[in-house]
Ligand binder design. Structure first.
Ligand SMILES: Nc1nc2c(ncn2[C@@H]2O[C@H](COP(=O)(O)OP(=O)(O)OP(=O)(O)O)[C@@H](O)[C@H]2O)c(=O)[nH]1
Length: 663
């Protein structure tokens, strides 16, 4: 007897997934998610119920059609029929004692509100990340329209908060470096961004809205490199759904596991996108098997994990992925009230040379308007201008909208909650109250817990490397601090004396010179004056555009050497057997290599008897008429050491400088 997946059946009989789950609840059939399978006899029963609903609904305005209406409809008007309503009413209609499925179907609507959380908690007990689509809901916050409950308000009365409109899902794409996150987003938004990134690495958290065939989906473009763990972790917290991208030719990598852990910790449902399936060496089955080792069992193997094979290059499977995102979002029943109190989260803060402080805010509840006062931590600002993720000027922004806000005087920290205040006075009061709370907490901590070591500094022989960090965005600053924290050891303490956004200042140089600190800049460079001042004071300012290079520099600093150390390495020697006069190059030493090899651009030492008569560089090396890079033992060659006094019988010894790897 073959089993059928719930969503497949829903599609087949033409009802939406919510409605299908309601019917299953009514029948007392247990399931974990919409991708669970059901037995064939249940399938038959459901088909009968749906057919009957259709027949009854036909007389009252095509209930089945109404139940197909999109759940993501933004309209909240009480007069606007909730998607599940007509169909549910129809189920309720049959009187006890009516034929066949009616007795089982009839109880469906009433216990619905209490059954949904029950279904959810049983799913949660499985611990599977995708077994959470049916979330616990507040009493009354159910898909079932309130008008179905006895004594519920009639259309026209004010709506309860649970009837807030659906909002677009916020999706984060995570995964190992180079597994194709950017390419996948690119494909979805049909614009190229990967090509413009420094070193091919996504550097900042951004967000964009995609109008897909399944409606609006907001994507947070989280960076993949390990260095951005902090941002990524935060990305998962703002997100409703996590897409974990795994390259089909590489399978699970350390950052894949990390990404999965973040999604699980944030309790967001995840969808696995197996990318690069267009490659000949792609092995999606291996990825699925590897996933089972993390107790993540793909649907195909009888589990609940949604796994979608895709190719960001050809676009294959991307439509399926979007469909699964919408499906998961639908089951998450994401709602927010655009008329409610505003709340949001800072995704990114930065200083733009022209515009000033810019902050990307994800609106989570309510609506932002130009002129609103916003409070973030201990900072506040008034919105002077807003742009949407496509760069267009907008006057207001509702739930699940990422907007760039101009109006803060200081850069707010990413990941922080944003609230709005009635006016400037209220904003200032809130900020002052927060600052005073913080001071109280700090004072209490200092009084109770400051150890001798905290007051006097480390007591042992720990070496401290002082650093000043500068980066273009708050996210980058935090990411770099994240790396540094992991690089500390018992012997070396990395002391970030100051970390800030924007170019290093003269004050930074003064601080660095007093504390013998190095200034590390990421995606930002010092202005001419600051650079000159640093040179004058012997302060190192190092700028990086690629995160790997910054990491290398940190490693060098930890090893205690800011500059790499080189040593001379012997390469080989040759005996001069004849002198060839060349009209342009001067005297060429026709030689025979007796040991090792000689290389062009190597250092040259010419000895005559026991005396060194010349030291220079091998500027030219020829075999017959050809210029060559290297000549090995046992071969003849022409050597130009840029010295005309070379003689027959001289020995030319070659060496090169190599970097010494510090232990
Ligand atoms: N053949 C093939 N190559 C792909 C596919 N998706 C991405 N790539 C390639 O894989 C490389 C990495 O892709 P990115 O999109 O930059 O990967 P990423 O995960 O965003 O990388 P980071 O931003 O560095 O973390 C690029 O050379 C892409 O062209 C795919 O579906 N098929």
């Amino acid at each position: 007897m073959s089993k059928v997946r719930i969503y497949t059946l829903a599609k087949e009989v033409g009802v939406e997934n919510h409605r299908m789950l309601e019917i299953l609840d009514g029948l007392g059939v247990s399931y974990k998610s919409v991708s669970s399978t059901i037995e064939e006899d249940t399938v038959e029963l459901i088909k009968q119920i749906v057919a009957e609903e259709g027949a009854q609904g036909a007389g009252s305005g095509a209930a089945a059609e109404a139940s197909q209406a999109s759940t993501s409809s933004a309209s909240t008007s009480p007069a606007n029929t909730s998607p599940a309503q007509p169909a549910a009413d129809d189920v309720q209609a049959p009187t006890p004692g009516a034929s066949a499925p009616a007795p089982t179907a009839a109880p469906a609507p009433e216990p619905r509100s209490s059954e949904m959380p029950a279904a959810s908690s049983s799913a949660g007990a499985q611990g599977s990340p995708v077994s959470t689509p049916v979330k616990e809901r507040q009493p009354g916050e159910v898909v079932q329209p309130s008008s179905m409950q006895p004594g519920n308000p009639q259309p026209g009365t004010p709506q309860p908060a649970s009837d807030a409109p659906h909002r677009a899902p916020v999706v984060t794409i995570m995964g190992h470096v180079d597994h194709g996150k950017t390419s996948l987003l690119d494909y979805i938004r049909k614009t190229k961004v990967a090509a413009g990134e420094a070193g091919g690495i996504t550097q900042h958290v951004g967000a964009f809205e995609a109008q897909t065939s399944k409606g609006r989906i907001v994507f947070i473009d989280t960076p993949g490199h390990e260095a951005f763990t902090t941002i990524r972790a935060r990305g998962a917290n703002v997100a409703d759904i996590a897409i974990i991208v795994i390259a089909a030719d590489d399978s699970l990598m350390p950052q894949t596991r990390e990404a999965i852990a973040h999604a699980q910790a944030a309790k967001v449902p995840m969808i696995i996108a197996i990318n690069k399936i267009d490659l000949a060496q792609a092995d999606p089955d291996r990825v699925k098997t590897d996933l089972t080792q993390l107790n993540l069992v793909p649907e195909e193997y009888g589990g609940d994990l949604i796994v979608v094979p895709v190719s960001a290059r050809s676009g294959e499977g991307v439509e399926d992925l979007l469909e699964y995102i919408s499906l998961t979002a639908e089951l998450e029943d994401l709602r927010a009230d655009p008329k409610g109190e505003f709340s949001g989260v800072i995704i990114e803060g930065k200083v733009d040379k022209q515009a000033g402080v810019l902050a990307t805010v994800m609106v989570q509840e309510g609506t932002l308007h130009i002129g609103d006062f916003l409070v973030v931590g201990e900072k506040y600002g008034k919105i002077k201008a807003m742009t949407d993720s496509a760069g267009g000027r907008i006057k207001s922004a509702g739930p699940s909208t990422p907007v760039q806000v101009l109006g803060f005087s200081e850069v707010p920290d990413s990941g922080e909650k944003v609230r709005s205040a009635k006016n400037e006075h209220a904003a200032r009061e809130l900020v002052e109250a927060r600052a005073s709370d913080r001071r109280d907490t700090e004072n209490a901590r200092v009084r109770s817990r400051l150890t001798l070591e905290e007051m006097m500094g480390p007591l042992g022989s720990v070496r401290t490397v002082n650093l000043i960090l500068r980066a273009d965005t708050q996210g980058s600053v935090e990411a770099i601090q994240g790396i540094l924290a992991r690089k500390e050891s018992d012997d070396v303490k990395l002391n970030v004396m100051f970390a800030g956004i924007g170019s290093p200042s003269e004050a930074d140089v003064l601080l660095a010179s007093t504390a013998e600190a190095t200034i590390l800049c990421f995606s930002t460079t010092p202005a001419g004056g600051v650079k000159k001042m640093a040179e004058g004071k012997g302060v190192d300012i190092k700028s990086f555009r690629i995160i790997y290079e910054l990491i290398d520099e940190v490693d060098r600093l930890i090893k205690g050497t800011t500059e790499p150390v080189f040593e001379e390495k012997y390469l080989g020697r040759a005996e001069v057997r004849m002198i060839i006069k060349h009209p342009k190059s001067g005297n060429i030493a026709g030689s025979y290599v007796t040991d090792g090899s000689l290389k062009r651009n190597a250092k040259a030492k010419v000895t005559r008897g026991k005396q060194v008569v010349y030291e220079g560089t091998i500027v030219g090396l020829k075999r017959f008429k050809d210029d060559v890079r290297e000549v090995q033992t046992g071969y003849e060659c022409g050597i130009n050491v840029d010295w005309d006094d070379v003689q027959v019988g001289d020995i030319i010894e070659a060496s090169e400088m190599v970097e010494v790897v510090q232990a």
